[in-house]
Design a protein around this ligand. Structure first.
Ligand code: ADP
Ligand code: MG
Length: 147
């Protein structure tokens, strides 16, 4: 397994996969970052820690999946940070550590079912990240470095 997985890179514009209508925004990593991921890492939903630029560390949920926009030839890696930001942060540097796996990608019968699954993912992420072994990762030198 590849976890915990530390990674840092640029936030780019996504392709409107509907996160706005879901009310769950996801910061998309640049292609360069996605290509640097281990190619055998499982697709699905993960939890971990994230910080934007030199900002505070926050809990996050992350999806690794196949981007339909590219006819499924390119993976996308998208981070939903569990925090309310005053402003968007396109082109900023996002630093994350992927801590654990929640579930595989799924298709949902309805938008409501999808939204409630994501809410469950967020609750699970919050609980898991409160565990002492996962709190410890916040102190990692990776997050102490300047941009
Ligand atoms: P896109 O398709 O461009 O990724 P989204 O609707 O997924 O559009 O919104 C993502 C953008 O929203 C991020 O790049 C970031 O600038 C901004 N944003 C604001 N709050 C958050 C948050 N809590 N988590 C992730 N991105 C956020
Ligand atoms: Mg997005």
């Amino acid at each position: 397994t590849h976890l915990p997985y530390f990674c840092r890179g640029e936030v780019v514009r996504g392709f409107g996969r509907g996160s706005k209508e879901l009310g769950i925004r996801t910061a998309n990593f640049s292609e360069q970052v996605v290509e640097s991921f281990p190619s055998d890492i499982s697709t699905g939903i993960y939890y971990g820690w994230a910080c934007v630029g030199n900002g505070d560390l926050h809990k996050m949920v992350l999806s690794i999946g196949w981007n339909p926009y590219y006819k499924n030839v390119k993976k996308s890696v998208e981070t939903h940070i569990i925090h309310t930001f005053k402003e968007d942060f396109y082109w900023a540097t996002l630093s994350i550590v992927i801590v654990g796996y929640i579930r595989p990608e799924k298709n949902f019968a309805s938008l409501d079912a999808l939204i409630s699954a994501i809410q469950d993912d967020i609750e699970e992420a919050k609980r898991k990240l409160d565990l002492p072994e996962n709190q410890k990762l916040k102190e990692d030198n990776f997050f102490q470095m300047p941009e």
